[in-house]
Design a protein around this ligand. Structure first.
Ligand code: NAG
Ligand code: NAG
Ligand code: NAG
Ligand code: NAG
Ligand code: NAG
Ligand code: NAG
Length: 917
């Protein structure tokens, strides 16, 4: 062994038959001696392992046979791991990690030169490792090491570091060798839209990562071992631990809690402090300071070896990825505070944020428009994830600190600038991946969004004046445009603009913040850009997004994206509606309110009259664009990706669109009123807001034209309407009455079916509802139910006492008018109800009403309807007799000299009818 050791040390061994033989022999030797405890033998065994390590490292091409025999040996060693010394465990685990690094680097070379010369050996080794669950052995090694560490012994820590490296090499090799080409959901969509022949879905199975994650989550010793790799490991082990950790974190929320030291307070949200000393997070921040001082190369001289990193950028980048990933999972778990990562000490928070801010601006400063370096981009990503962890509120320390630290909008915008039409120019900043889940410009966009969100109207104005919204939309449109053949050639081996789902969200919401500051002209009144937003919520994109397991994907990602896009596209409607002095575009109680929450449209003040005027002027054009890109259909389609309880905003937007006839027609063609949809949205299980908006849609359509009656009829909604009439919520009852009123507005189409479903008697009851709006709309409905012909007269007989009461009690004028109108309709086509009208005092009521209002200028509308109703009554003999003998008759005579021509005409008409017979 001594001779061999010296030989190997003397010259670099070459792959040769002799070397092969040496390897075989030593493996056999170690296998034979490993279980012996005689100390001399143990020394030779160790020497043997050291020689193997050296040979594996330097001999390049590895024989599959060597791999097989060594792994067999390794698995025996692991089986008796409790009896193995730390040194032996280290040496043999190092052999494994060295071999796997070789495999990974071989695969990397292959991938970069696109050679077809596949190194069968590397693939075979990798497959063998995966199929035989080598990763389990490595996790056992971590666990054993952790157990020792917990009992105070550092003996097996070096082995843990090697195990980490081996796991990382395995993951790396596996990712390199997979046949899938990495792409973000948006790229996959673009490829499909361009009908490229390759469909790239991220369908990799993360078998290895799952195993590691499981063992990390379930085993305290494994957690301890990983922690110590961070705490004490050298650069290669640090790098490997970071890579492994970021993947564990990506696949497990619990793991993220462990990293922050929050594993005991998963449910408990009262404990809001994480990342304190002794957690992996804390070590990662220490690493960042070490990395930062390494960036300032000159200052690091004289420090000890431990603090010297050969590649600080890579360490920083991977540290930041872990931080961002942890933040993402905390958000998903509802833990909305950066204190979970930054501790609750404001000094620590400030220090940690400052380091990240320093890193993010420490890149090459020779020119503003040079691409961001990846490690700077990753620090931005971490910063922006911390900000999004915060819910906001007025004086927020984290947000204020970050705002003070990060670059201005103008600086950020320089990085996003894509002026050159050259396709190459756009590949500067947004093409690279920071990780499999994060794109190069995610952080930049996140910080931009933060500036716009917290910077108020001023920030938005500034952004607009330097063209930020257009640059942002370019990021999309480059991806969506069709390339010429030459361009495609050029692009062949390059990546397109890679926008991760998070970047997509960030862009949509940044543009949203810019709308009130003027971006509405450049973005929303252009078909190309509206088309892009429409594509974002298309079936195709949402399907891909659903399968995406990184940030911004899955159910939550879909819901956020849909809501953001809707918020954006609803802006013109909201702006008009919230404009002071303009009548609300519809009577909706819920939708305007809902869409207004957090929407920039809601914040437009009086000072923005010009904007509102422009929007008003361009609205027809906007509606036309929405129609042409088939937005109504897209919105309906995307609803199937979100749960009923999350549909609120989308349905509110649908309700807005439904009040414009052309859009309404497209919505109906898209199946809005198909019975299945109606029953879903009007069902008791549906959120109240959705029910209200659905009733409003029906009401609006019915009011718009009788052409819609047939499609409303096919919706089979009478049962639901009926239930809504006795709903415990007053708004629902009121909306249902209004819908029925409008369904009776243009014709008698629904008369018989309303009667058959016993709905008439219910609206009559509603005339005495406890809610005043419900009473108002109930009178409206009753009136219309009487208007067209006498079919419902018999059933309506019962409403006479109710209407009479409303005429005489304290009610809104509108309700009294509706009641008077309804009474006049009850005598419009027949005399049958006259007796009842007289006997229940309705006629007397109308006379009293007219008398009460006659001297009062404010009551002129009520007076008109009252008088008109009286004139209708005069068509019937019994009524004429009653009026003629009334004490109030002189009032009518007096009204002939009113200043209102309408009143004069009606009073005159009454007098002449009375004098006829
Ligand atoms: C460790 O060694 C002892 C004594 O030689 C033996 O009894 C035991 O089974 C060994 N343990 C393992 C895990 O191999
Ligand atoms: C910074 O960027 C400029 C222009 O891209 C380049 O010429 C220079 O070498 C870079 N400097 C460093 C330190 O990377
Ligand atoms: C309505 O129903 C049709 C089919 O009946 C379906 O295609 C459509 O997606 C549904 N729309 C909504 C909003 O559920
Ligand atoms: C009243 O309208 C209903 C429903 O449209 C119709 O069936 C009926 O024939 C009409 N009656 C009269 C008298 O016009
Ligand atoms: C009901 O009366 C109105 C007005 O008197 C009349 O125009 C209409 O044709 C009548 N309708 C029916 C169905 O009799
Ligand atoms: C009476 O009033 C109604 C409604 O206020 C109006 O439509 C009508 O023209 C008026 N004149 C006559 C002669 O009925």
């Amino acid at each position: 062994m001594k001779i061999l050791t010296k030989l190997v040390a003397a010259k670099v061994p070459r792959p040769s038959a002799e070397t092969d033989e040496i390897i075989t022999t030593i493996i056999d030797f170690v296998a034979a001696t490993i279980s012996l405890t005689i100390s001399d033998v143990l020394a030779s065994t160790l020497q043997g392992l050291t020689i193997l390590k050296k040979l594996f490292d330097s001999c390049g091409m590895l024989h599959f046979q060597h791999w097989l025999s060594f792994i067999e040996l390794y698995s025996e060693i692991i089986q008796s791991i409790g009896n193995v010394t730390g040194r032996v465990l280290y040496e043999c685990t190092a052999c494994v990690s060295i071999m796997l690094y070789q495999v990974a680097s071989r695969l990397k070379i292959e991938a970069s030169v696109h050679s077809n010369e596949v190194d069968g050996n590397s693939k075979m080794i990798l497959n063998h490792a995966i199929e035989n669950d080598l990763v389990n052995l490595l996790c056992d090694c971590l666990a054993e090491s952790g157990t020792c560490l917990m009992s105070g012994s550092l003996d097996k820590l070096p082995a843990a570091c090697e195990a980490c490296k081996a796991i990382w090499a395995l993951i790396d090799a596996n990712e390199l060798s997979s046949t899938w080409k990495h792409s973000f959901p948006l790229q996959s969509l673009q490829n499909q839209l361009r009908q490229c022949d390759y469909i790239t879905l991220n369908t990799e199975t993360y078998g290895i990562i799952e195993i590691v994650t499981k063992s990390f989550v379930e085993s305290k010793p494994v957690q301890v071992a990983l922690f110590h790799c961070f705490h004490k490991g050298f650069e290669s082990a640090l790098h490997a631990s970071l890579q492994v950790t970021s993947r564990i974190c990506m696949s497990s929320s619990f793991a993220c809690h462990v990293i922050c030291g929050l594993e005991n307070s998963i449910e408990n949200t009262n404990n809001i402090e994480g990342g304190i000393d002794g957690t992996i997070i804390s070590d990662i921040f220490d690493l960042l300071s070490v990395g930062t001082s390494n960036l300032k190369k000159d200052k690091v001289e004289g420090r000890n070896q431990k603090c010297k990193l050969t590649n600080p950028q890579v360490i920083i980048l991977n540290s930041c990825i872990v931080l961002a990933t942890v933040a993402h999972h905390l958000i998903l778990a509802g833990k909305r505070s950066a204190a979970y990562i930054l501790t609750s000490s404001s000094k620590k928070q400030h220090d940690r944020l400052s380091i990240l801010a320093y890193i993010s601006s420490s890149g090459n400063k020779t020119s503003n428009s040079t691409p961001l370096e990846p490690y700077c981009a990753s620090a931005m990503l971490a910063l922006s994830s911390f900000v999004s962890l915060e819910d906001g509120g007025c004086a927020n320390f984290i947000i204020d600190t970050v705002l003070a630290l990060v670059p201005s909008i103008t600086t950020m915008q320089n990085h996003l600038r894509l002026e050159s039409p050259e396709v190459n120019a756009l590949i500067t900043n947004c093409n690279a991946l920071l990780s499999n889940w994060h794109g190069q410009c995610d952080g930049l966009i996140g910080l931009l969004e933060m500036r716009l969100k917290w910077g108020g109207p001023l920030a938005a104005k500034q952004a607009c004046s330097s063209g930020v919204p257009q640059h942002l939309i370019h990021l999309f449109s480059y991806g969506f445009r069709k390339y010429s053949v030459q361009e495609s050639e050029k692009l062949k081996n390059k990546v397109d603009v890679s926008l991760s789902p998070n970047a997509v969200m960030g862009i949509v919401s940044s543009i949203n913040y810019c709308l009130p500051a003027g971006a509405v002209y450049d973005i929303l009144f252009r078909k190309e850009s509206v088309k892009i937003f429409c594509d974002l919520i298309s079936d195709m994109h949402l399907k891909i997004l659903n399968d995406w397991n990184g940030p911004g994907g899955g159910k939550k990602g879909i819901m956020d994206l849909i809501n953001a896009v809707i918020d954006l596209l609803a802006f013109p409607f909201i702006a008009l509606q919230s404009a002071p002095g303009l009548p609300a575009t519809s009577a909706s109680i819920s939708s305007s309110h809902l869409l207004n929450i957090g929407s920039p449209g809601g914040h437009i003040g009086i000072e923005n009259k010009d904007l509102i005027k422009t929007i008003e002027k361009h609205l027809p054009q906007y509606l036309q664009i929405l129609l042409e890109v088939c937005l109504p259909t897209s919105v309906l389609r995307c609803l199937k990706y979100i749960e009923l309880k999350d549909c609120v905003c989308a349905i509110a937007f649908v309700a807005k669109m439904a009040s414009y006839r052309p859009l309404a027609i497209q919505l109906l063609e898209g199946g809005l009123l198909d019975p299945s949809n109606v029953s879903k949205f009007l069902d008791r299980s549906s959120p109240k807001e959705v029910t209200l908006d659905m009733l409003m849609i029906i009401s609006d359509l019915a009011r718009m034209s009788k052409d819609f009656y047939e499609v409303i009829n096919r919706a089979c909604l009478l049962d639901f309407l009926k239930n809504s009439l006795s709903h415990e919520d007053k708004d629902v009852r009121a909306k249902a009455c209004s819908a029925i009123g409008n369904m009776c507005r243009h014709s008698s189409y629904f008369y018989t079916s309303l009667s058959r479903n016993k709905i008439i008697s219910l609206i009559i009851e509603r005339c005495a509802d406890s809610d005043k709006r419900t009473r108002k709309f109930a009178c409206f409905a009753v009136g219309n139910a009487a208007y067209h012909n006498i079919t419902l007269y018999e059933e309506l007989r019962k409403c006479i006492p109710q209407l009479t009461r409303l005429l005489l009690s304290m009610e809104e004028d509108k309700t009294k008018s509706n009641a008077a109108g309804a009474l006049s309709n009850l005598v419009r086509n027949s005399t049958v109800l006259c007796g009842e009208i007289i006997s229940h005092g309705a006629l007397q009521g109308l006379l009293t009403l007219v008398n009460d209002c006659s001297g009062n200028g404010e009551k002129v509308t009520v007076l008109r309807t009252g008088l008109f109703a009286l004139s209708k009554m005069c068509d019937h003999l019994p009524c004429r007799q009653f009026i003629r003998s009334s004490e109030f008759f002189p009032v009518i005579v007096q009204l002939k000299s009113s200043s209102d021509p309408n009143i004069v005409a009606n009073a005159t008409a009454i007098i002449s009818k009375l004098s006829a017979v």
